[in-house]
Design a protein around this ligand. Sequence first.
Ligand code: 6GU
Length: 359
Amino acid sequence: MIQDAVQNSVIGRAIRNGIISVDTVCIRDYSVNKHGRVDDYPYGGGAGMVMEAEPVYQAVQHAVKQTAGHPRVIYLTPQAEVLDQTKVESLALEEDLILLCGHYEGIDERVLQEVVTDYVSIGDYVLTGGELGALVLIDAVSRFVPGVLGNDTSADFESMQDNLLEYPHYTRPEVWHEKAVPPVLLSGDHKKVEEWRYQEAVRRTEERRPDLLLKARRIVCAWYGAEEVGVFAEALLSRVSRYGELLNYNRNALRKKRRELSDRDLLLLVTDDAAGESVPEKLLGSHSSVAVVIAGSADCQDSETTTEQMTAYWEKKGFSAAGIYHADVNADAIKITELALEIRMNAVKQPSGGFPGET
Ligand code: 6GU
């Protein structure tokens, strides 16, 4: 079932091009009795069969041996948190993944305890086996592997990264069935288009997935310091948010202007000033979150200011600290992606009230 499905379309092409590979291991090949059986009656009685521990264990060990190290082992089961884009991205950072698909009523709990690192469900409904879940995971993760989507674009951390749905899309003709394309899209004003798309994304999310809005943050990325800090900040911001705002706080005009963020904003402060001597005084929060990124060069990672001092400082200014991070300004794309993911995961942990997009 898995091998049939992955031969098609985008994933099939990526496999043929050697960009990803999907190997399958048949648990039945590791049966410990002569009939090739891998299931047995449940202790305590009840309907259905349970997959035995030993064949599952042997099959997983066989898969582990084909990898470089200690891969994550993901058990596909409805008894788990539902897969979301953040989880997909964290899995996409791994070199190898082992996906364990159960059948019947389940797998002997003891082998799960020993080998499984992650439990993943693909939704709140019951399937006959984990294979469709595994295929969903393979598809979603593969989009993040460079080269899978063709040309140079790996999944550009689009839409779901902000916990917002996508804005509506239009192509020619300009009028179809008497419906016109929204005029702003024909204006050629890039900034206006971006703002419209953001507002539409918020509106659509409120309408269709209000639950997601609780996790949504508008990102304001303020940076100051050397020019290379700005380059780093821009790369980081693009991986944290599709709609983020980048502000160069080296500019005096900006420093002098008061700006207060809301409880739905996350301030991403990127600087090479580890001592915190030149923080923007007029940048204030109101139950907002702040993530401070000290972007030094690799050999100056030691900050003079302690985490506690920095946290206390930001709390006084109306922010709750969503983390203080140290990064190398010359970090490669993978390191920046990992940092962005960590910042996003910590940011959504902070609860908050209403939404700024609401009027
Ligand atoms: Cl990942 N597996 C199975 N067997 N059932 C499911 C599921 C996974 N996700 C939702 N239902």
